[in-house]
Design a protein around this ligand. Sequence first.
Ligand code: 13P
Length: 251
Amino acid sequence: MRKKIIAGNWKMNKTVSEAVDLASAIKRELADCSAVDVVLCPPFTAVKAVSDVVSETLITVGAQNMSSEENGAYTGEISHSMLKELFVRYVILGHSERREYYKETDFWINKKVKKALEKNLRPILCVGEKLEDREAGNTEKVVEVQVREGLKDVPADAYTELVIAYEPVWAIGTGKTATSEQAQEVHAFIRGIIKDMVGKEAADAVRIQYGGSMKPDNAAELLAQPDIDGGLIGGAALDAKSFAAIVKAAM
Ligand code: 13P
């Protein structure tokens, strides 16, 4: 049985004081969330403040990116040790917005995934096709390359730690959710790739989240699919009641 994981990706939203308010409201809504892993991913500037708010709860904190390097002359970057000191447990890597706007490639994403695992941070590796890929019938091809390259040389025993997020780019922030059938199909496909790469045990253990306009009114149906193990939530994670409703749908 894979424990469901619901993560809120706050993207470039919330100042420190706004983040404290949102995290505090989520904490009030989710006094008992032991049945689900709940992760809040604020912007870097608010990580410490959010960590402090949730410190005595089961809610954990994630970052939205991380450098593949240890330290040194990398202006604007944030390292694993900086995050770990702030009690960060998860790190989103390879989000489509970073692939698209900051030209992150599978090679660098793979370096980050391996660095995170080496340092006991749990990567949430994002993959997903663009609208033109889907329309051209290339969804599986695109997703397969992202999965194989992003997880290259990751050992089988790491799959209990890492999380994959399937986020069809055309569904992000558009209000167009993949149907539960469309999502399930790609999730099962991804699990099949993992089985081929590292075996059935790892494939059965790895958690695969869906992301892309997941909301309280579509969460239950998506989360009921056999290969959908949680959600990576953007817009709806910025509202405590909506986010809590999605977490409750996963219970
Ligand atoms: P939305 O939920 O706003 O579509 O965003 C999804 C996402 O990109 C989460 O990482």
